[in-house]
Design a protein around this ligand. Sequence first.
Ligand SMILES: Cc1cc2nc3c(=O)[nH]c(=O)nc-3n(C[C@H](O)[C@H](O)[C@H](O)COP(=O)(O)OP(=O)(O)OC[C@H]3O[C@@H](n4cnc5c(N)ncnc54)[C@H](O)[C@@H]3O)c2cc1C
Length: 482
Amino acid sequence: MSIVESPVLVEQVPAWDHSATLVVIGLGVAGACAGLEAHRGGTDVLVLERASGGGGASALSQGIFYFGGGTDVQAACGYHDSVENMYDFLRAVTSTEDEQSLRVFCEQSVEQFDWLEAQGVPFKREAFKGKAVYIRTGEGLLITGNEKVWPFRDTAAPVSRGHQVSGSGEISGGSVAMQALLSTVGAEQVPVMYDTAVTALVVDGKRVVGVKARKQGKDLYVRATGGVLIAAGSFNLNEEIIHANMPIYAQYGKPLGTPQNDGAGLLLGQSVGGATQGMHGVCATASIYPPADLIKGIIVNANGERFVPEDAYHARTAHYINLQPGARAYLILDEEIFDYPKHGSHVFMDAYETVNEMAQALGVPADTLQATLDEYNHDAHAGVDARFHKHADWLKPLHAPYAVFNISITSSDYHWMSLGGLWTNADAQVLDQAGTPIAGLYAAGASASHLAQDGDEYASGMSLAAGSLFGRRAAQHVGSNR
Ligand SMILES: Cc1cc2nc3c(=O)[nH]c(=O)nc-3n(C[C@H](O)[C@H](O)[C@H](O)COP(=O)(O)OP(=O)(O)OC[C@H]3O[C@@H](n4cnc5c(N)ncnc54)[C@H](O)[C@@H]3O)c2cc1C
C-alpha cells in the first residue's frame, strides 16, 4: 500500500473525529516549534505523530543550529556579526530565488535563537576555534560553513554561526535539543496524538481542510479549520524518490534519517498540486577533517587535477567530488601532515616514493599529476593558491614520500541528506507550479525545500534552524488568519 493516498473530497468524509484550527503532521523540530507557537498564541492546534514518540531525525541530529546576526553566544565569544553580514554571506553562497525567506531567515535569526533557548535548549557561551564537523566537547559555537572559504571570505566578514547544542559521548546535541523541546510540549500540554500516520489530505475545492489518518488499524478524519502544516521530515529513506533525483546516492553512501523519513510529507503536498524545489540537492559528508592538518594536502580527480580548495566546507567538497569523472577523488598527503581522517572511512591506499608510482597506483596521468603538484608547491611557497584560493593557513609544499586516501563517492562512506522538498514562501505556505499559495497548506522543516539548494551552498545547522523558524512562522500565519 502506498504511504500516501489521493486527496479525499470533503463530501466523502464520513464524520470528523477531531477538529483543530491548525493540524501539524509530525513532531520533529519543525512540528514541535509550530505546536508550541500555535498553542501559546491561542491557536487550537493538534499534532499528529506517526511514531510512538516525538523527535524524528531532529533527535538523531548533531544539534547544530545555524544562527547569526549577533546572537548572545556570538557576542559572548567575541564575534561581531550583523543581519547584513549574515545575509551577504548567505546571498553569495546560496542560489535560492526566494529572497524573502532568505531575508526573514537572517532578520529573525537572533529572535529564533532566543526563543529556542527560552524553551530550554542549551547553548554554551564558548567557541570551538578548530576545524570540526560537529563537537561533543561542550562548546556552543563553531564555524560550520564556507564563511572562511574563497570567494565568500571576501564578500562578508567570516564569523562562526554553527550554534552547537551540547551533547557528549553517545548523546547527540540533537537529542538534547529535542528532549528540551518535547518536555516543553508536554509541560504546556500541547495536544499530540501518537501512533497516528497521516495518509491523505482532505480538500474542499482547492482548499486543504483536514487530513485522513490511520491509527491502530482504523481510519480517522481530522478537520483543520485554519490550516495543515506538513512537518513530516525528509524523503531520505524513499528509494524511489532518491533514485529519480540523486541516483548516485541510491547506490552509494548512507541516508541520514529515521525509517519515517520516507517522503510522506512531500507526497502529501504533491497530491494537492504542491510544487517542489531543489530536488537534486544533496548535502553529503565524509569530511577530510578533522584532523585539520589534512586540509594542507591536495585533492585531485581521476585526471590528476585539483578541482576544489581543500579548506571548503565538507559538503561543498563532496558536491565537487560528485561532479568529477566517475565521482573519483584522492587526498594526497605527505609525511609531515599524515594522519587518518576521523570521519568517512576513507580508504588508505598506500605510501609512494615517487609521483610516477603514485600516478600508476591511482590510475591517473603521471604528467598531469606532476604538473598539479609542481604548481601547488610553487604557490604554497609563495603563500598564495592562485588557482583555488585555499587560505594561506593551509598552504604547505608537499614532498615525497606521499600518502593517499581514496575519497571517492563510490568508495568512501558518504552520509547524505536531501535538500529538496515542497516549494514554500516566507510564511511556510506551500506553493503550486504557478507560485500561488495552496489555501490551507503549509510545510516546514525537511518536508520543505531548503534555502541551500545543493551541498556546495549548505552550512551545518541550516536545516534545524530553518525548520524551527518556519514551523513557528506557519503557526503565526494560521493564527493571524483565524
Ligand atoms: C545524523 C544526523 C545529523 C544531522 N545533523 C544536523 C545538524 O547538526 N544540523 C542541522 O541543521 N541538521 C542536521 N541534520 C538534518 C536535520 O536533523 C533534519 O533535516 C531535521 O531534523 C528535519 O526536521 P523535521 O522536523 O522536518 O523532521 P523530523 O525531525 O524527521 O520529524 C518528522 C516527524 O514526522 C513524523 N512523520 C513522518 N511521516 C508522518 C505521517 N505520515 N504522519 C504523521 N507523522 C509523520 C516522523 O515520525 C517524525 O517524527 C541531521 C540529520 C541526521 C539524521
